[in-house]
Design a protein around this ligand. Structure first.
Ligand code: FMN
Length: 219
């Protein structure tokens, strides 16, 4: 396909087609966690696939951005939780620089949520609880401690997985020492409701001491 074909094919694709329900940010809860949980409920009720999938953006040792999709584990007064291998690239990046961003996109609702803040490491008990709630395969995968390392030969993965599953069989309470849970303590949280006429509604919460300042933003 030529470059101009690609441009045309992309231009022909639809985005933000709607219809979307209008939002009334005037009646929104006074903290971003509560509004997020309302929106998450709506996304689940609307049958959105993997509504708990989010993009975690980090900064590497060179100051360059990096990003990948992860699963949201919890939301509470401490923030938005995720859990990762400390020996993966993202694990090293978050440990060295806790400034992160999380982005959710719920296509059918035309909604995006953007969270910026600092990732606070949770204690060993919470990490262990999260680890033990994972499936055997998901736990075995963490025990490999090789995520994102160069892969020479696929069979070595199967072999390593067999060994890791055997370690779990022998000790079902085994917890990986590299499994690290975090809560992203938000500094700003922006709720974005797309509109077909492009007059999108946007509300941003900015932390102010123990409370929140809120502001509407231009589309
Ligand atoms: C829908 C979806 C969910 C994912 N969930 C996770 C997850 O919970 N944990 C994880 O380590 N990687 C998950 N991944 C894979 C990551 O996006 C990423 O490829 C991997 O963690 C390696 O990232 P890194 O090299 O930056 O450390 C998921 C990918 C997708 C598309």
């Amino acid at each position: 396909m030529s470059e101009s074909d690609t441009r045309q094919r992309l231009r022909d694709l639809k985005a933000l087609e709607g219809p979307f329900d209008p939002v009334d940010f005037g009646t929104a809860p006074d903290n971003p966690q509560a509004l997020f949980l309302n929106w998450l409920d709506t996304a689940i009720a609307a049958g959105i696939a993997e509504p708990h999938a989010m993009t975690l953006s980090t900064i590497d040792a060179q100051g360059h951005p990096d990003a990948r999709v992860l699963i949201l584990k919890n939301v509470d007064s401490r923030g938005w939780h995720f859990a990762i291998s400390a020996v993966s690239p993202k694990g090293r990046q978050v440990a060295a620089n806790p400034a992160v961003a999380l982005t959710f996109y719920w296509q059918k609702l035309g909604r995006q949520v953007r969270i910026r803040g600092r990732a606070l490491a949770l204690d060993a008990d919470e990490c262990a609880q999260d680890f033990l709630a994972r499936s055997v395969d998901a736990r075995a995968n963490v025990l490999l401690e090789r995520q994102s390392a160069p892969l020479d030969a696929r069979p070595s993965v199967a072999e390593a997985m067999r060994d890791a599953r055997a370690r779990i069989d022998a000790d079902p309470d085994l917890v990986s020492p590299v499994w690290q849970a975090y809560a992203v303590a938000p500094e700003t949280v922006e709720f974005w409701q797309g509109a077909t006429d492009r007059l999108h509604d946007r509300l941003i919460f900015r932390r102010n001491g123990a409370g929140w300042d809120r502001e509407l933003l231009w589309p």
